[in-house]
Design a binder for this molecule. Structure first.
Ligand SMILES: [Zn+2]
Ligand SMILES: [Zn+2]
Length: 394
């Protein structure tokens, strides 16, 4: 219970910010908003720690504009405040906005820290501002006295990979001295980029590097398997998948969730929908939409029999979910049924969105004249009028 005139403001601030942080972690906007109300009512709105937690909470719930409002209310934003709004802008793919905030901070003679610079680099990465990001990496020591660490290099490798500059990305990746966990992230992200840009030669090399690690390699191996599938090398894809099974490597099941009237509904790919989510109506709606999407040239797969790509999201040893609609699509279908027209549908996902769903969401936003925001593992996608805020750069 909080009350005006509490004895220890520091404890109150810490408690409030940690509760707001908890809401951010699980994307519970409804609870987060109530907490924001409490923060204002009890006069803690000016506190830096709480403001940063609110900026972060709104951004993780897909409301960058609210994050920005909270930030704009801070009279004298500190480096931490700037960093949090820059990181938020980066996640939302508005790189130029993040750069403007960064320049504003520098003009105020503030010294960025390592996280600020990483945020700016992520912003460049998610907006295709590759050369700006690389320039920052090259000059961060000289200009700001900060030596780039493994995270900065990983971001640069990812940036080059997303832009399709894979040979440069490989050259840089080979030079990076990263420890286990960082190295795994670095090679996994490079592997994803190789798959996206259909460079099977480099995907195989990156896949070998990933398989040298003993932990959390399932996601990367699935990408490897899918890279072989995309290249028509089904036998190799089967090999990767069989090795995973033999070694007992399992992938976390993909799930998506949507909040309706403060209640979260969680969906798993191809599995029975949670109670109250009108599964039959959702499937009928998705079927109908799939037909309209095909007329517009959609050639992805919403729920057809999938052999290997299904493994991206499967739950039970790859069995029983071969005919499965991805979890974000189920959440979207339910959202379309219950969220009134004119309101944005917000979906959260624990993994990256796949290309088929991304294309599907774009088309459905045009067909239904609706707006959707998806928060996936990496970033936000804001779909409207048939396109996405990421401009397919993700
Ligand atoms: Zn998908
Ligand atoms: Zn997108």
């Amino acid at each position: 219970m909080w009350y005006r005139g509490a004895q220890c403001c520091l404890c109150t601030h810490r408690m409030l910010s940690s509760v707001v942080n908890a809401c951010a972690g699980i994307g519970r906007l409804g609870v987060g908003k109530s907490l924001h109300g409490a923060v204002l009512r009890f006069g803690h709105g000016c506190n830096d720690v709480i403001a940063v937690a609110l900026v972060d909470m709104y951004s993780k719930c897909g409301f960058y504009e609210y994050s920005r409002k909270v930030f704009d209310m801070i009279e004298q934003p500190s480096v931490i405040c700037y960093t949090s709004i820059i990181v938020a802008a980066a996640k939302y793919g508005i790189g130029r906005c993040a750069l403007t905030l960064f320049n504003e901070m520098i003009d105020r003679n503030m010294q960025p820290n390592s996280v600020t610079l990483l945020g700016v680099m992520h912003a460049c990465s998610h907006s295709g501002l590759v050369d700006t990001g690389l320039h920052l990496l090259q000059f961060m020591q000289r200009k700001y006295g900060i030596s780039p660490c493994a995270s900065h290099y990983t971001c640069a490798v990812d940036m080059l990979g997303q832009a399709g500059r894979l040979d440069e990305a490989f050259e840089l990746a080979n030079k990076v001295q990263a420890e286990d966990r960082d190295a795994l992230i670095l090679w996994s992200s490079l592997l994803s980029a190789c798959r996206t840009h259909r460079r099977l030669d480099l995907a195989t090399r990156a896949g070998h590097r990933v398989s040298e690690f003993n932990q959390d390699v399932a996601g990367a191996l699935v990408v490897m398997s899918n890279a072989y599938t995309s290249a028509g090398q089904t036998d190799n894809a089967v090999d990767v998948w069989s090795n995973m099974r033999q070694q007992g490597i399992r992938k976390d099941p993909g799930c998506s969730w949507i909040e309706i009237k403060d209640i979260p509904y969680v969906f798993y790919a191809g599995l029975v929908s949670p109670a109250g989510t009108r599964a039959d109506e959702v499937m009928m709606l998705l079927d109908e939409l799939e037909g309209k999407m095909r007329e517009k040239g959609y050639n992805g797969r919403l729920g057809s029999t999938r052999v290997f790509d299904a493994h991206e999201e499967d739950g039970e040893d790859g069995k029983g979910v071969m005919v499965g609609v991805h979890s974000e699509m189920l959440a979207l279908g339910f959202g379309l049924l219950v969220i009134p027209k004119g309101m944005t549908i917000r979906v959260m996902k624990n993994l990256r969105m796949c290309c088929d769903c991304h294309d599907g969401f774009k088309l459905i936003s045009g067909i239904m004249e609706r707006e959707f925001v998806v928060r996936d593992l990496n970033r936000f996608h804001h779909f409207r009028m048939g396109s996405c805020s990421c401009n397919d750069y993700w």
